[in-house]
Design a binder for this molecule. Sequence first.
Ligand code: BV8
Length: 247
Amino acid sequence: MHIGPADRVFVLTGAGISAESGLPTFRGPNGLWRGHRVEEVASPIAWARDARLVWTFYSERRRKHRTVEPNPGHHALVQLEGALGERFFLCTQNVDRLHEQAGSERLVHMHGKIFQSRCERECSLPPFDDDWTLEGEAAIPRCPCGGRIRPHICWFGETPFELERIFAELSRSTIFLAVGTSGVVEPAASFVRFARRNGRVRTFYVGPEEPANAASFDEVFLGPSGEVLPKLFRVEQDFSPAEKAPQ
Ligand code: BV8
């Protein structure tokens, strides 16, 4: 994929980029958790009905997430960010911290972060880093306001985070790259169509199978992201006269 000196790259990642690090995806063969689809457990309704079940779900994922490492796909995106600087923007649907562990900085987590919690009420307590896990009959921690502590995650039916910044970056992107996402969950699945509205964007997808929104991509690179991404980018640097090395 050729990236020119004026290109601005928007990358959207999903669960697939973390699959080679050992984190299961949501809708693949092992996509169910104790027979539940993620939509059934990651929702305000599930929280109201059975908060301990929800904390059991997230506690098991926190324990698993402590043990995993980034894979070559994450590292390839860090290298691209290094080459492009502020012309690079990464929006992840994932709640894991593998992008940060690999070194990504220009990154937003539109669905939140597995190692952050917040009060279930709209009180003054801001979201906070937290790797608490529910053990045995322990009580769910309480906020000083009396509310229960919940994962700081965007559940189904809730509004994703950082949408204003995401749409601003989409509007000025000239390359849109989606990696490892089935193109099922909204609004992320529509970002590629939104980007195309600016009329000058090239759109690409990387993953082992075509996503549901494949028709919106100019080119699909089939394969695992850990193998495809490290070989994908060809960045053309702009050594304008001011920057040419002295003769
Ligand atoms: C919203 C946090 C309004 C949880 C997540 C009916 C009723 C109620 C709601 C809706 C409805 N119809 C539509 C909706 C909206 C709903 C939605 O889209 N539902 C779907 C299921 C139909 N969306 C919402 O509710 C969103 N909020 O709409 O608010 C709004 C809208 C716009 C503006 C303002 C307000 C909130 C959605 C967020 C839900 N939370 N995560 C948690 O993680 O615990 S979503 C969850 O799914 C994960 O974050 C995950 O990242 C995300 C998307 O899944 P994918 O990442 O795509 O993962 P998936 O398993 O599906 O696919 C993996 C892919 O990887 C596959 O394609 C596979 O081929 C590929 N792969 C496998 N191996 C590899 C690989 N790729 C590369 N390399 C490999 N090695």
